[in-house]
Write a protein that binds this ligand. Structure first.
Ligand code: UT7
Length: 330
């Protein structure tokens, strides 16, 4: 039987700077009323100039290690859309700053689904016996790729980081990652895209091409469809029905998406955890940030059956199930 990956530690961090809807409305053609009613977002955290993804990732990682009561791991996997540099990966920098020595450390790029993809690769390292303990981080200085004057994206995205420690164990243990489902559809790559800065177009005279563009409406409908179907597959692999789920912790993009996914699964809306009012969409950071918020608030408690799901750029999506472990409160 495969060795299971068991969640034993959790931590998160956000930058101090708060940007409210009112602050955005003061400098662009939008309103608190529009942003709140269309997305559920009231404010977001934004990094100061000079703060990079590794700064947030290191702090979240430190907190997760503390929560697990450990100071070493065998590998580090960092999910991010906004690495400190196009080259090299940011994972090794974070491992070095955490004093983790020369462990394997690398980045996973699957935008808003990144954290679930990172969990899956970490669980793979554990299943193979390559690692007994892995630090998995989702971290984004996402606002660094957002045009501050674009009303279709600036109100939506924010910065932050969350992390978990996974340790080799048994499927019967609370915290074991149970049923995974992952998928992608590259035909939808243009839905969420930074047109320049990659090998297709390294630089652009138009500075706007270095910012992310999103076809919001199409992303919305695909997000609901894929998060619901991926959740169903992960539940089926676990042997759970939707009625067994205590908490749906979905990628925090839009409260209307989270409610629609709950609806599609036949879950009461209250089962969908929502914290995006405070942080907006933090891409790869959103699920671990939501987990830490929900656990710190005493909402998700030991033994709860939890379903994680996400949809994002690529397009990519995923879902995974776990029974919530006994963790020390942060
Ligand atoms: O994280 C990866 C996954 N990302 C997502 O899941 C995002 C999914 N998409 C969404 O959450 C929504 O599509 C948005 C929140 C981005 C947009 O909401 P929408 O209800 O789909 O609005 P829309 O883009 O269709 O725009 C509706 C109207 C338009 O005006 P007209 O054409 O009806 O006159 C927009 O120009 O709202 C206008 N609009 C705004 N108005 C005020 C667009 N952005 C704004 C704004 N303030 N910030």
């Amino acid at each position: 039987m495969n060795r299971a990956a068991v969640l034993t530690g959790l931590g998160s961090t956000v930058p101090d700077r708060v940007v409210t809807n009112e602050m955005l409305a003061a400098r662009m053609d939008t309103s608190d009323q529009w942003i709140t009613s269309r997305t559920g977002i009231r404010e977001r955290r934004v990094v100061e100039p000079g703060t990079a993804t590794s700064d947030l990732a290191t702090e979240a990682g430190r907190r997760a290690l503390k929560s697990a009561g450990v100071d070493s791991v065998d590998a580090l996997v960092l999910a991010t859309t906004t690495p400190d540099h196009p080259c090299p990966a940011t994972g090794p920098t974070v491992a070095d700053r955490l004093g983790l020595g020369t462990v394997p450390a690398y980045d996973v790029a699957a935008v808003c689904s990144g954290f679930l993809y990172a969990l899956a690769t970490a669980a793979g390292l554990i299943a193979l016996g390559t690692a007994d303990r892995v630090l998995v981080i989702g971290a984004e200085a996402f606002t660094t790729i957002i045009d501050p004057d674009d009303r279709t994206t600036a109100p939506i995205f924010g910065d932050g980081a969350g992390a978990v420690v996974l340790e080799a164990g048994d499927e019967s243990q609370r915290g074991a990652l149970l049923g995974f489902d992952l998928g992608s559809d590259g035909a939808l790559a243009d839905l969420i895209i930074v047109p320049a800065g990659g090998s297709r177009r390294k630089t652009s005279a138009d500075a706007g091409d270095h910012f992310m563009k999103m076809q919001g409406k199409t992303v919305f409908t695909n997000a609901v469809r894929r998060m619901a179907s991926s959740s169903r597959s992960a539940l089926a692999r676990t042997g759970w029905g939707p009625g067994d789920v205590d908490w749906l912790v979905g990628h925090q993009a839009n409260v209307r998406i989270l409610r629609a996914v709950a609806d599609e699964l036949g879950l009461p809306e209250e089962r969908a955890f929502v914290n995006l009012a405070k942080y907006g969409n933090t891409a790869a950071a959103s699920i671990p940030l939501a987990l830490d918020d929900a656990a710190s608030a005493g909402l998700i408690t030991a033994g709860d059956r939890v379903l994680l799901t996400a949809f994002g750029g690529g397009a990519s999506w995923g879902a995974v199930t776990l029974e919530w472990p006994d963790l020390p409160r942060n």
